[in-house]
Design a binder for this molecule. Structure first.
Ligand code: URA
Length: 433
């Protein structure tokens, strides 16, 4: 069978075999299948769906597209985390150093911004000099030395995900349960993870907006983890409004660093502690409450911050940026946003904020676009806060006056205000093991 026929088969809603799925990935990587053909295939998968079996075959084919990291020479208990993506989601920058500061090995392959959501790699690259291009040898050496490494997908490890991710980002094929599951789990299996905490986000700012769909995605990823002999937990968390107050690459690095200094926004702190406790307890050495206590101590003692600084230095970043934020890229135009009404903030449309950020350069409109690390937004008011007419609710960071004005208007529109203070909703929806 040729790749063209596989595309047609999926377009017509038929099931694909293991070898047909492998053929698609192999032909794409060797160049005999063009980007536009793969984009058509992804759209067919998006619309027609993939069975659990097909999703597993796709995951396997993606893992086989590159090398698998063997972490057996690194002693210690290894754990990884991955988020399905949201706006303002900088938990990796908080949680991974925190957990590593307690002696757990964190070997992480992260992604770039996808659709309206940001990516850890883009955030970290706002630190001058920071490199996420690590060879397997460098990664293992760094893990032995400092217990943490954060790398980007490469041609060496899971090149299929690297290329599919970039194509999905610009062809409206991200928010598909099987495509998300295979993308995330192939990265985790290729990275040699033994234990994994998944942060499955649901809400207008995530790729999935329905809780049942988020549970389905969680179960699918947990099932793939089981087949790959990996212990995993899925934390389902709310992504209605952006997480924390900052969205945009260097602004998020600052907020994550502030959180490591004990000055983080409450939703980010709450989610980070839950994820860290789950990561620490996955090995079975600590109960959840012992893990929570250990996480609190690591934050309060400054150990988590020190580990973050060590991570920056180990990967070539200017570690002084953790203390002097002036070393991070800073936008030229900083303008306030206000509303023409008063009351309580009842919702902030995270997706609208994410799309606005892509528009002003914090994310990519085309796979090859360069991003601007300096731009973003700081939300002074979050859901439940009181606002008055004309009061500043947010601050836009843009690279020119036209973008700043456009973003100001869009961000004001993303806010909904009502007379009654909305009931506070916790950030955690469910935890599936
Ligand atoms: N994160 C990933 O790594 N892949 C996806 O498809 C979505 C979020």
């Amino acid at each position: 069978m040729i790749a063209y026929e596989v595309i047609a088969k999926k377009r017509d809603g038929e099931s694909l075999t293991k070898s047909e799925i492998a053929l698609m990935i192999e032909s794409f990587l060797c160049g005999s299948l063009a980007d536009y053909q793969m984009a058509a295939f992804l759209m067919a998968c998006y619309i027609r769906g993939l069975s659990d079996e097909e999703t597993f075959y796709l995951t396997e084919a993606m893992v086989s597209s590159g090398k698998r990291v063997d972490l057996s020479s690194v002693s210690g208990f290894k754990v990884d985390k991955h988020s399905t993506g949201g706006v303002g989601d900088k938990t990796t920058l908080v949680v991974c150093p925190l957990v590593a500061s307690l002696g757990t090995i964190v070997s992480k392959f992260s992604g770039r911004g996808l659709g309206h959501t940001g990516g850890t790699i883009d955030k970290l690259e706002s630190v001058p000099g920071f490199s996420t291009k690590l060879s397997i040898e460098d990664l293992i050496e760094q893990l032995k030395r400092i217990g943490i490494a954060i790398a980007s997908a490469s041609e060496e490890i899971n090149p299929a995900d690297k290329r599919l991710y970039a194509l999905r980002d610009v062809t409206a094929t991200v928010s598909s349960t099987p495509l998300i599951a295979s993308s995330i789990m192939s990265k985790k299996i290729a990275a040699g993870s033994e234990r994994l905490v998944l942060d499955v986000k649901v809400g207008p700012g995530a790729f999935l907006t329905d809780i049942d769909e988020a549970k389905k995605l969680s179960r699918l990823m947990l099932d793939i983890a089981k087949r790959a002999k990996m212990r995993a937990v899925a934390v389902i968390s709310r992504m209605d409004e952006p997480l924390g107050k900052a969205a945009g690459n260097s602004l998020e690095v600052i907020e994550a660093t502030e959180t490591l200094k004990g000055r983080g926004p409450s939703d980010l702190v709450e989610l980070s502690k839950v994820l860290a406790a789950r990561m620490l307890s996955l090995g079975g050495l600590l109960t959840i409450s012992q893990a929570e206590e250990a996480a609190n101590l690591a934050l309060a003692s400054g150990a988590a911050l020190n580990k973050f600084v060590e991570l920056l230095a180990a990967q070539g970043g200017d570690e002084r940026a953790a203390h002097d934020y002036g070393l991070l890229p800073r936008a030229k135009e900083i303008r306030g946003v206000s509303l023409k009404e008063s009351g309580y903030v009842t919702s902030i449309d995270a997706k609208a904020i994410g799309l606005t950020l892509v528009e002003i350069g914090a994310g990519r409109k085309r796979a090859e676009s360069e991003i601007d690390h300096s731009v973003g937004v700081i939300l002074g008011k979050k859901v439940g806060d009181r606002v008055d007419i004309g009061e500043e609710i947010a601050e836009v960071h843009a690279s020119n006056p036209a973008d700043a004005e456009m973003a100001r208007a869009h961000i004001a529109k993303a806010y909904r205000v009502g007379k009654k203070k909305p009931l506070a909703k916790g950030i955690i929806i469910d935890i599936l093991e």
